[in-house]
Ligand binder design. Structure first.
Ligand code: GRG
Length: 294
């Protein structure tokens, strides 16, 4: 028997696949560019950010059509960040999600442009959504650009690059992850809550929830690097490029990293309860984030 979360995951994956295939026919872009954008969008990501956005919205309202443009836009920004992160100038990875990275399947210039196109088109999708009021559109675009830009995810990427090869403290590591991973997770939760008309107080508790969720997601990512998962990013576990990176297990030890992850899961769930958003799906998502194996 599928759990409510398993059903939800399948439902969201189908919805997003449909949104992306609509994109293909709607976008009046050169065919190579579309192919490169769709190649990465459909490469088999877990879709955790749109899932979180839609699950948070569903804690307050049920007509999920209203959040589809924001959820799709969010996954597009996440996908652009992965394409650019894999480029030779950054992580120089050949594989992602068990497939060739975008610049290996196409070429470097096409991959850069596919990332650029995903980023800019994400804002167009929201601006063009007839189900959102003008003020909702501006609100979504403002938050998404703030959290993914130079004060958010891009800042995290820069700090991460600067920290390479240098020993850093656990506080610095957390700051990098809060920006690099946490800001998009924060957008997911806040966008769902705002469009679901949650109160200011509920949104504050949800922001706290997203903070702990982002951190426990990243701790689990680091733990998977240590305990090994051949599928994960298609990289060899403990590969050379990972040797110099600071991670939670390296700074805390594996057992303490697991304890920290579980403590954050408890705090995330407590915040959900305070926000009146303690639905089965959101609660199960916390466990899914902290126990995932890829
Ligand atoms: C290039 C501006 C710019 C930013 C890149 C997200 C990111 C910032 C880099 C990716 C590298 C990385 C391992 C980041 C940590 C966050 C993380 C675990 C991303 C992978 O997200 P998942 O697990 O990926 O949701 P899938 O493949 O499931 O979509």
């Amino acid at each position: 028997m599928d759990t409510p979360l398993q059903k939800f995951i399948l439902e969201i994956q189908e919805i997003l696949d449909e949104e992306f295939s609509k994109l293909y026919s709607v976008m009046d872009a050169p065919s190579l560019l579309k192919k490169s954008m769709l190649y990465s969008l459909e490469a088999g990501g877990k879709r955790i950010r749109p899932m979180l956005l839609i699950a948070t919205y569903k804690a307050y309202k049920s007509d999920i059509q209203k959040v589809l443009s924001s959820a799709t836009a969010l996954e597009m920004i996440h996908t652009y960040s992965l394409i650019h992160d894999d480029l030779p100038a950054m992580d120089n990875d050949d594989y992602r999600r068990g497939k060739l990275t975008n610049h290996k399947a196409f070429d470097e210039a096409t991959a850069i442009l596919a990332g650029d196109a995903l980023l800019t088109h994400s804002f167009y999708l929201i601006a063009n959504d007839t189900l959102l009021s003008d003020s909702e559109k501006v609100h979504m675009i403002r938050l998404l650009s703030l959290y993914s830009g130079p004060n958010g995810m891009v800042a995290g990427q820069v700090l991460d690059m600067e920290a390479e090869n240098d020993p850093i403290s656990i506080e610095q590591l957390e700051q990098i992850h809060v920006l690099k991973t946490g800001e998009l997770i924060k957008f997911a939760v806040k966008a769902g809550a705002i469009l679901g008309n949650a109160t200011k107080e509920q949104i504050q508790h949800l922001e706290t929830f997203s903070y702990y969720l982002g951190l426990l997601f990243q701790i689990q990512d680091d733990i998977l690097d240590v305990i090994g998962n051949t599928e994960k990013l298609g990289k060899a576990v403990g590969s050379d490029e990972d040797q110099n990176k600071s991670t939670y297990p390296k700074l805390l030890g594996l057992e303490n990293a697991k304890k920290q992850r579980d403590a954050y899961a408890g705090k995330a769930k407590a915040s959900l309860q305070k926000a009146g958003a303690d639905t089965i799906i959101l609660m199960e998502l916390v466990d899914y984030f902290s126990q995932r194996d890829h």
